[in-house]
Design a protein. Structure first.
Length: 194
């Protein structure tokens, strides 16, 4: 799978690209700082999945999605950014984006280790999600969505790697997922993670 990321901010763009490179099945990840740059790269690296930051002006966001849709019907676009971007997200979905990844800046990392500010997907509680994954399975799924290995997830959760693998196998079964990337996509589709 080929992926492209568009974000005018260098650090979040590079972080997202590095994260996506750790997902099994991803062959290449390209990054662009502008819509023009992204469309140019798309011609040379047709992408199966494109992540667009909602921080760009709405008209540019919508136009970029339309250009990508015209260039390739098989490409899926996901917009990402702060949860208060409802208007831009709605415009992006109307233009053809398939989903929204809500990322909030925080002073701790995904599992509270306090290593500095990060924009990360946040898990939802069982009551919010309406789906039966255990707390640990949600934490493992969230770690997967961040591109962490089983060992890294285990270290963050203070679990053995074998225990993380057990939780992963259970959540794969519950989500009918074939691998980590599929589980993350299923988790996003079912609103288990933002």
């Amino acid at each position: 799978m080929n992926i492209l990321v568009l974000d005018s901010r260098r650090e979040p763009r590079d972080r997202m690209a590095r994260l996506l490179m750790t997902v099994p099945g991803v062959a290449r990840v390209g990054a662009a700082a502008s819509s023009t740059d992204l469309v140019g790269k798309f011609r040379f690296l047709p992408a199966d999945l494109v992540f667009l930051s909602v921080r760009m002006p709405s008209e540019v966001l919508v136009e970029t999605i339309r250009k990508l849709s015209t260039a390739s019907r098989g490409t899926r676009v996901i917009v990402y950014g702060p949860p208060e971007s409802e208007e831009r997200v709605a415009a992006a979905i109307k233009a053809g984006a398939v989903g929204f990844l809500s990322c909030e800046a925080s002073t701790t990392n995904a599992l509270g280790s306090g290593r500095g500010p990060h924009s990360l997907p946040l898990p939802r509680t069982a009551a919010e999600q309406g789906f039966s994954l255990s707390k640990r399975e949600l934490e493992v799924l969230r770690g997967m969505s961040l591109g962490k290995t089983n060992g890294e997830i285990g270290g963050d959760l203070q679990l053995s790697e074998d225990t993380v693998k057990t939780h992963a196998q259970r959540l794969f079964r519950k989500l009918s997922a074939t691998d980590r990337a599929h589980a993350v996509v299923q988790g996003m589709r079912r609103n288990l993670i933002d």
